[in-house]
Design a protein around this ligand. Structure first.
Ligand code: NZQ
Ligand code: ZN
Length: 385
């Protein structure tokens, strides 16, 4: 296991009725920017709960943060924060609203061109306004990490930044707020969380037993509860397990001291930037073929994954690896998530285009061992056609 420093500053308030805690979690004199998406929180009653808990505080509402939050939209929110001297950011919604809040919080205190927050992966971010989050969609882990992904549709880009300054100070996770999610978003959430674990686990052995067993526990939990939380959306205990699984998949616990990959995400973000495909669906397209392409480098962990996550113990090593990859694809398909580019009407020429874009960005060798080159990206996407 590598040396590591672990700190996760986000305080989690989990369970029914926790939105009321906003009344005490936020300072009484906070000047709040309430950031929201397209209106789901109005329809499911979450907005009303939040407004009630905020009481007499000064609150400015900003609506319209898109799925895959857009830079130009977020910059309008930054202007409001500056002109109205707001000092807390309160995202209420899914990962996109939370990610958007992180960008707004950092950009409001940034004196360079705000786009460079994304192009330099926050190299110059030294401060951010405090964030308190109310999460309504389990998927990204954004509620308890320092990552944010922002799209800029005007130039077809989608870039991420990571900064210790944008961890939410607190996040409220009430599973009941997720009961109103459409099936498609629940499936996306399961598929995204599953891939987050894979990116930190299915690499190469690092003698990290706690992290491995924890990762396998999250994966098995998602496989176990995924179908039920899709078919029984208001079964509280199943949904609560899903919410916590998604948080623990990307709050840093399983990544300490071990190699990480993220190649599936890096390639997937390009597919969203170019074709607007939902984030989780891009992962379902890339992951099976990436595992197949990397089956030699990832051999030891693929065999461990086959045995401990899918109970595959019989047959040759290659047969077990084939079966584990097939199970992975079948899991996504069972959630209603298609796993081929053709399913999304994406032409095979996109394979070369994604490779070209990554090469232009200097991404010449990435993944857990730096083995993913633009040429390999093209190969993987051609195989996923
Ligand atoms: O906009 P509203 O009306 O709120 O509707 C949203 C949106 O249309 C809806 N929704 C959210 N909660 C709901 C609800 N509808 C009914 N009931 C509820 N309770 O769901 C739709 C999708 O929301 P979105 O926030 O876009 O989904 P998700 O949470 O999957 O976030 C995706 C974004 O997160 C990024 C992705 O790239 C993508 O931009 N990621 C962020 C990460 C991070 N910060 O660590 C890591 C991830 O790998 C990912 O890249
Ligand atoms: Zn993801």
């Amino acid at each position: 296991m590598e040396n590591f420093v672990f700190q996760n500053p986000t305080r989690i308030l989990f369970g029914r009725g926790q939105i009321a805690a906003l009344a005490t979690e936020l300072p009484a004199d906070a000047r709040v920017l309430l950031l929201a998406g397209g209106g789901s929180i109005k329809e499911n009653g979450v907005h009303a709960q939040v407004v009630k808990a905020l009481g007499a505080r000064t609150v400015r509402e900003f609506w319209g943060v898109e799925a895959n939050p857009d830079y130009d939209t977020l910059m309008r929110a930054v202007e409001i924060v500056k002109t109205e001297k707001l000092d807390w950011i309160l995202p209420v919604g899914g990962g996109s609203v939370l990610d958007g809040a992180k960008f707004v919080a950092a950009a409001a205190l940034y004196d360079r061109d705000p786009w460079t927050i994304l192009t330099t992966r926050a190299a110059h971010v030294t401060a951010a306004l405090p964030i308190g989050a109310v999460l309504t969609l389990p998927a990204t882990g954004s509620e308890a990490n320092g990552a944010s992904v922002v799209s800029r549709r005007a130039i077809k880009e989608k870039l991420a930044f990571i900064s210790p300054h944008v961890f939410p100070r607190f996040s409220i996770l009430d599973p009941e707020t997720t009961f109103s999610l459409p099936t498609r978003q629940v499936a996306n959430g399961i598929g995204d969380a599953f891939c987050h674990v894979i990116e930190q686990y299915l690499t190469f052995p690092a003698h990290a037993r706690v992290q491995d067993r924890f990762a396998e526990g999250i994966l098995r939990t998602l496989v176990e509860i995924g179908p039920r939380t899709l078919s029984h959306p208001t079964d509280y205990d199943t949904r609560a397990n899903f919410v916590w699984a998604a948080t623990t998949a990307l709050n840093g616990w399983i990544s300490v001291g071990v190699p990480q990959d993220w190649a599936t995400h890096i390639i997937g973000h390009e597919l969203t930037a170019l074709h607007g495909i939902d984030h989780a669906r891009t992962l379902a397209i890339v992951l099976p073929e990436l595992l197949n392409a990397e089956r030699v480098a990832k051999r030891a962990k693929l065999l461990q994954y086959a045995e401990r996550v899918w109970d595959l113990r019989d047959g040759s090593e290659d047969a077990r690896i084939d079966a584990a990859i097939a199970k992975t694809r079948a899991f996504y398909e069972s959630l209603g998530i298609k796993t081929r580019l053709a399913d999304y009407d994406v032409p095979v020429a996109t394979a070369a285009e994604v490779a070209r874009r990554l090469a232009a960005r200097g991404m010449s060798a990435f993944g857990d061992r730096g083995l993913i080159t633009p040429a390999k990206v093209e190969h993987i996407l051609r195989a996923a056609a």
